[in-house]
Each structure stands twice: as C-alpha cells, then as structure tokens.
Ligand binder design. Structure first.
Ligand code: FES
Length: 221
C-alpha cells in the first residue's frame, strides 16, 4: 500500500465502521481477523481515527512514527503485509487489533507483546533501515532501546542515559561508543559500560536473520 493510496482511502470523516469495512476483507486475505474482544477493537480504531485526523493516515497507535513517509508507510494500519513473520510468531499484529484466523479467543493477545512471557525475540527493522555508524530508537514492549550499527554488527542497549536520562539514540556514534547528546557520557554499545563507575546501562541480545534485525527482551507477566 503506498502512502498516497492510504491518504485517499482514509479521507477525513472516516468512521470506525468505515475502517472495519475496509480492513476486515483486507486482513482476511492475509489470514487474520479482528480481535474477538470487540471493545478493544473499537478503542484501537478510535485511536486510529484520532491519528488520522492529526496526520492524514491511520498509523498503528503502538509504533513510533519517524516522520519519514517512506519508512512510516510500514506502520499504516493494517500493517500486516510489512511485518508478516513478526506477527505470525506472536499470532497477532503489534497491538493485537488483528489476530490469526485460527485463534478462537483473542482476549490474551492484546497490548503490544506483554501478553507473552519469557525471552521474546522481536524484529525491529530491516538491516538497510540503519546505516553503519548510526543509532536509532525502538520501543519493544515497555523497553526503550537504542539499536546501534557498527559496520555490519548490531547492538542494543537501554536508550536512557544514566546521567540525566537523555535518549541515547539522539546521540552519535564514535566507533563502538555512543555519545549521549546532552552531556557527552560515552557508552560502549557492546556491553553498556561507561567511563563512570557503577552506572552501566543494560544491553539486549541482537540477532540478524534474512535481512531483519531482532532484539530479544525479557517479558515478565
Ligand atoms: S544526560 Fe546523558 S550525559 Fe547527561
């Protein structure tokens, strides 16, 4: 779906019923259906209408918009086509608005990924989405994470600086270090250590498969 197509489809004045009428058959072809919790479905679609009014598109309410229309097209709802493997693994789209058709009861499957528990490997973006020497923010469940690329290696660490809580992903890379944008603390992206004693940040395992970058987070129920 192109960005331009989405803008035409979801015109101002769109209602929840309009969204349902369009999205239902669309996701049906992809093997999904609306969550069986209809009040949850209505809440999410109401959020999408608010986003539509502000931005002109029905972006997924749970994902961070970058402001780059080419990148953000991947999170226009329903974004299943862009995230099929990820959603197949968790049996639902990111927020749980849509669930696999085979799932009879979707009541455990809404709320980003907190419905899962244990170590969960979550795809965050494609390799080409982060050039070498750069760092970007991703939100995985409740975890604010900075994912850094050094050459062809990827690393993930907490996005929150231990000095005054600046977002590390707004900093810049210097070899294997990310420099905090506010006061310049340097963190080694390989192990989260800094020059200051006892103020390391946590790191997360990262894997790369089939051109997709995965971060593993621990989810407690
Ligand atoms: S907030 Fe990061 S160095 Fe001050």
């Amino acid at each position: 779906m192109s960005d331009a197509t989405a803008r035409r489809r979801f015109a101002p004045g769109t209602t929840i019923e309009d969204l349902k009428a369009y999205m239902g058959p669309f996701v049906d072809r992809l093997g999904y259906k609306f969550n069986t919790e209809s009040s949850f479905v209505d809440d999410v679609l109401a959020s999408e209408l608010e986003i539509l009014e502000k931005t002109g598109d029905v972006y997924c309410p749970c994902r961070v918009r970058t402001g780059d229309p080419k990148e953000d097209v991947r999170i226009i709802c329903p974004c299943i086509s862009f995230h099929r493997d990820e959603f197949a693994a968790i049996k639902k789209c990111w927020c749980g608005l849509f669930i696999l058709k085979e799932v009879e009861d979707g009541s455990e499957l809404f709320g980003v990924i907190e419905a899962l528990s244990g170590d969960v490997e979550v795809p965050v973006f494609r390799v080409e989405d982060l050039p070498p020497g750069q760092v970007r923010h991703v939100k995985v469940g409740k975890n604010d994470i900075a994912v850094a690329r050094v050459g062809d290696e990827f690393f993930a660490l907490s996005n929150v600086c231990r000095h005054a809580f600046a977002p590390l992903a707004d900093g810049f890379m210097d070899g294997y270090h990310v420099m905090c944008p506010w006061h310049g603390w340097r963190y080694d992206v390989r192990d989260g250590t800094t020059d200051h004693p006892d103020v390391d940040v946590r790191t997360y395992p990262v894997t790369v498969r089939d051109g997709e970058v995965f971060v593993t987070v621990r989810i407690k129920r």
